[in-house]
Design a protein around this ligand. Structure first.
Ligand code: DX5
Ligand code: ZN
Length: 215
């Protein structure tokens, strides 16, 4: 059984000290840095843009996992890819041309991810599983850190794991929202745990190592 990967979400970090925060979680064993991009339209919150990603890239030794919660992603994919996103994930609700966007992400040298809001049916993304490197399952309504885990979303993770085996695909399954030691155990079929508050509001080493040890 492979060890789980952990992607701390810097949405819960100290924004005045992002370099120090990235170094601290990296030292604590983080595998990726999860970057939540919000535009105030697709979700209510506004966070960061390509300029911030470019700065983070300069100080991060580990991959940047960029989660786009924005309308019109086609306008911004190039900027986020050029800024140094290693994984770039789009919401299925934001585009009528997912295949074009996924191919564009890959042509820019990044890994392509797809995700969906909790109320969106998994069937919406199934046609694109052959075309992605990552599938992100949201276990909170996108927009804010610190919300409670939606347990009923776990079935999407199981279904994805089954489909991956059946179709002999090798995308990674990532889970995002309300992850802590208990909820990660429920979501243990995922490969990558995103965690905001659980990491940044606790001891980083303890939190990250706890998640990595889930089996
Ligand atoms: C929510 C974001 C999450 C969030 C996770 O829209 O996609 O990545 O920062 O934070 P926690 O782990 O605190 O729920
Ligand atoms: Zn996220």
């Amino acid at each position: 059984m492979n060890q789980k990967m952990v992607a701390p979400s810097i949405l819960s970090a100290d924004f005045a000290n992002l370099e120090r925060e990235i170094q601290a979680v990296t030292k604590a064993g983080a595998d990726w840095i999860h970057v939540d991009v919000m535009d105030g339209h697709f979700v209510d919150n506004i966070t960061m843009g390509p300029a911030v990603v470019r700065s983070l890239k300069k100080v991060s030794q580990i991959p940047l996992d960029v989660h786009l919660m924005i309308e019109n992603p086609e306008k911004y994919i190039e900027a986020f890819a050029k800024a140094g996103s290693d994984y770039l994930t789009i919401h299925i609700e934001t585009t009528k041309q997912p295949l074009e966007l996924l191919n564009k992400i890959k042509s820019m040298g990044a890994k392509a991810g797809i995700t969906l809001r909790p109320r969106t049916a998994l069937s919406e993304i199934i046609p694109w599983l052959e075309n992605v490197d990552l599938v992100l399952v949201m276990t909170v309504e996108p927009g804010f850190s610190g919300q409670s885990f939606m347990q009923e979303q776990v079935s999407k993770i199981s279904e994805l794991a089954k489909l991956r085996a059946l179709k002999r695909l090798n995308f990674l399954i990532e889970v995002d929202g309300g992850i802590n030691a208990q909820t990660a155990a429920q979501a243990r079929e995922a490969d990558v745990f995103v965690a905001g508050n659980f990491v940044f509001k606790n001891d980083y080493v303890q939190a990250i190592q706890t998640l990595k040890g889930i089996s």
